[in-house]
Design a protein around this ligand. Structure first.
Ligand SMILES: [Zn+2]
Length: 406
């Protein structure tokens, strides 16, 4: 009897949950649009309607727009466009990655992965909870060093790798996670790598936006980008990569709460960006920063908020050299961020503008929506392999950013 009641409760719970989930999913109709644009100025016009050019071609961009945004475009966009397809969000009623994408780490698996790794390497790592998300999930940072006393570790040049600012960019979490795993295991047998690591202070923050990442896979892929801030007008989410405090609120970010590029109520209004700000503020030895995103295979460097180049000629040269070398290794395209379109309030503008840290946004694979876009299937190994060498190159360059590699 007891068993049956429990079962009955379980069935009712599941069906209510299922109906609720279905309702949410059916509200989220999205479309792929093709908008004709000739240059970065026209692409910035697209961002002024609160949209993101996800893919850029010579004569057009592709954007993903909700039904509401589509209506806005119809009445406000001056550029020619067409609806290419509707994105169908299939409700598969799961709370994890679908089977074919099982290799990706959800929040819980990411925590376990880092805990295991730090237990495997107790003398070479420390795992820190550096902050919490809005919904109370941990934002974790793995410290890989030979010193853990701040006065000693911060005497060495530091570098931080980050992923998961944007919820649906799951591959951006896999690369820093696998990087941590690789450098720890590989350096046990590779003296050259061990020698490099001994001279650096390395940090890995694989999931900056855990609430968004969890939401995006529950109960199906939702194409979610932002965090889970309740904007209290029926809309949710702040774009964390428009919420940083350098030239915050400028062009290429939106003050419309329902936009994908909503910049938040104020600079650093979100606990997730506050966590990164405080972390970077407290680590004066950071010389380089790599923020992984997906997709399009690009290597981007400041500025994003202006079409002007970085004004210090030595810094500009260093940026170009590092971007060129990473491009040579990966085949990704190197360019100043605003050559795509303007963006303000992103991580890299802030880290460089505020702290002078050489900062890059790496847009990982695939190249196109046609190859899977945000959900490319299990291409983790290939993308990790491509990016390990660039990451190790950057770890080295953190010590001498102005001296090009031999
Ligand atoms: Zn992104």
């Amino acid at each position: 009897m007891h068993y049956n009641r429990k079962l009955f409760f379980y069935v009712v719970f599941l069906s209510v949950n299922f109906l609720f989930a279905q309702k949410i999913v059916s509200e989220e109709k999205n479309y792929v649009l093709k908008i004709q644009t000739k240059n970065k100025f026209e692409r910035t016009q697209v961002t002024e309607l609160g949209l993101i050019p996800e893919e850029i071609f010579e004569k057009y961009v592709r954007v993903i727009a909700s039904a509401q945004e589509l209506n806005k475009i119809k009445s406000h966009l001056k550029l020619p466009f067409q609806v290419e397809s509707e994105i169908k969000i299939e409700n598969i009623g799961i709370r994890d990655f679908p089977t074919q994408d099982d290799a990706y780490h959800d929040y819980r698996e990411m925590v376990l992965f880092l805990e295991n790794l730090s237990q495997q390497f107790p003398t070479r790592t420390r795992l820190h909870e550096i902050g919490q998300s809005l919904e109370g999930r941990k934002i974790l940072a793995l410290h890989i060093s030979t010193e853990f006393d701040a006065s000693q570790s911060q005497a060495k040049p530091g570098i931080v790798f980050m992923g998961g600012h944007h919820a649906r960019e799951h591959l951006s979490i896999e690369v820093p996670l696998n990087l941590a795993h690789f450098v720890l295991y590989e350096s046990e047998k590779n003296q050259k790598l061990m020698d490099v690591l001994k001279e650096r202070d390395l940090w890995i923050i694989p999931m900056v936006n855990p609430d968004g990442c969890e939401y995006d896979i529950s109960p199906a892929y939702r194409w979610w980008r932002k965090n889970r801030r309740n904007n209290e007008d029926g809309s949710f989410g702040v774009d964390l990569n428009r919420n940083y405090g350098y030239e915050w609120g400028g062009r290429g970010a939106s003050d419309n709460t329902s936009s994908q590029i909503y910049h938040g109520a104020s600079a650093f209004s979100e606990p997730e960006t506050q966590t990164i700000r405080d972390f970077v503020d407290q680590h004066h030895n950071l010389k380089a920063l790599v923020s992984y995103h997906t997709f399009s295979e690009l290597i981007l460097y400041p500025w994003g908020y202006t079409y002007d180049s970085v004004s210090n000629p030595l810094d500009l040269k260093a940026y170009e050299n590092m971007a060129f070398e990473m491009s040579r290794i990966t085949g990704y395209t190197p360019q100043q961020s605003s050559d795509l379109y303007l963006t303000s309030g992103d991580t890299t503008d802030w880290a460089y503008g505020q702290h002078g840290i050489f900062s890059f946004t790496l847009e990982l694979s695939p190249k196109s929506l046609d190859d899977g876009g945000f959900y490319p299937g299990n291409i983790i190994d290939r993308v990790v392999q491509t990016n390990l060498q660039t990451a190790i190159f950057m770890i080295e360059m953190a010590g001498h950013p102005y001296t090009p590699p031999l």
